[in-house]
Structure formats: C-alpha cells, structure tokens
Design a protein around this ligand. Structure first.
Ligand SMILES: [Zn+2]
Length: 156
C-alpha cells in the first residue's frame, strides 16, 4: 500500500518514505518536477549524501541551490545556470552603456542650453516648424546594433 505522504524523492524512486527521510523536508510531494530535475542531473543518492554532509540549518538553502542548478541544467544542458547569469550580465552591461550615453547627451544638451540661453528660448517659442530638429533626440542610439530597436522605440 502506497503512502500518500511520501516525499517527491521517495515517490519518484518508488520507495517507502521513512520518518527520518533525508530528502523529505526539501522535496515535498507537491512539487515532483523539482526532484525529477535534481535526480536527473545529480542523482538522488548523491544529493542525499551532500545534504547530510552539511549542517541542518544550511540544508534548505543548499537544496534550493541544487534544485535551481538542476532546473537550469535541464533547460540548458551546455551552460546551465551560468547561461542565465551571463545573459543577465549582458543585459546589465547594455543598459549601463545606454544609461551612460544618455547621461552624457543630457549633460551635453544642458551645457549647450546654458551657453546659448537666448537662442534656445527663441527656438522653443518659435512657431516656425522648420527650426525644430526633425531628427530623433539621440541619433547615435539608433545606429547601435547592441540595443534592441524595441527598447529604443519604447523609451525614445
Ligand atoms: Zn522521502
């Protein structure tokens, strides 16, 4: 007779889940996919051994880290979690460069406005449409291929 309260690990391995099951606290029966990934990548006995070798208070965090790495390794067998980290670092880098370029252009336009206050005020008040620049405010951004055009359309 099967025990309905078996943990995901024991259920997956089709074995009895004893009272002192090492995996039960970290792989509840409600999330069988979590253990399936962990078993596929690391193996159930290896994970049980790893968790028993570390202090009890650190096991939950270790199990979460193991499950996360296993999940991403299943999703991306070549790079695993490092692939996600690299992708996010690239996005951060592109966004930081975009921010730096925008701040530099804001500084440049602000200094131009300070050096020619009357001309700028006249241009703003002018009814003549030909005096308004027809180019986008930051033309350099539109020539960059490392910034997706969708982001440019959304922000500029
Ligand atoms: Zn169990």
């Amino acid at each position: 007779m099967s025990n309905p309260t078996r943990c995901a690990a024991c259920r997956y391995l089709r074995r009895r889940c004893c009272e002192d099951c090492a995996l039960a606290p970290y792989f509840p029966s409600a999330n069988p996919h979590r253990f399936a990934c962990v078993h596929r990548i690391f193996g159930a006995s290896n994970v049980a051994r790893m968790l028993q070798q570390i202090p009890v208070e650190q096991r939950r965090q270790a199990a979460d880290a193991i499950a996360m790495e296993a999940y991403w390794r299943v999703q991306d067998p070549v790079y695993g979690g490092v692939g996600v980290i690299s992708m996010l670092q690239r996005e951060i880098s592109v966004t930081q460069r975009e921010l730096a370029e925008t701040q530099a252009q804001i500084t440049m336009y602000a200094s131009q406005a300070q050096s020619q206050p009357n001309q700028t005020a006249a241009a703003q008040c002018s009814e003549d449409r030909h005096s308004v620049p027809s180019q986008p405010p930051f033309p350099g951004l539109y020539q960059r291929d490392d910034i997706p055009q969708e982001i440019l359309r959304r922000h500029f």
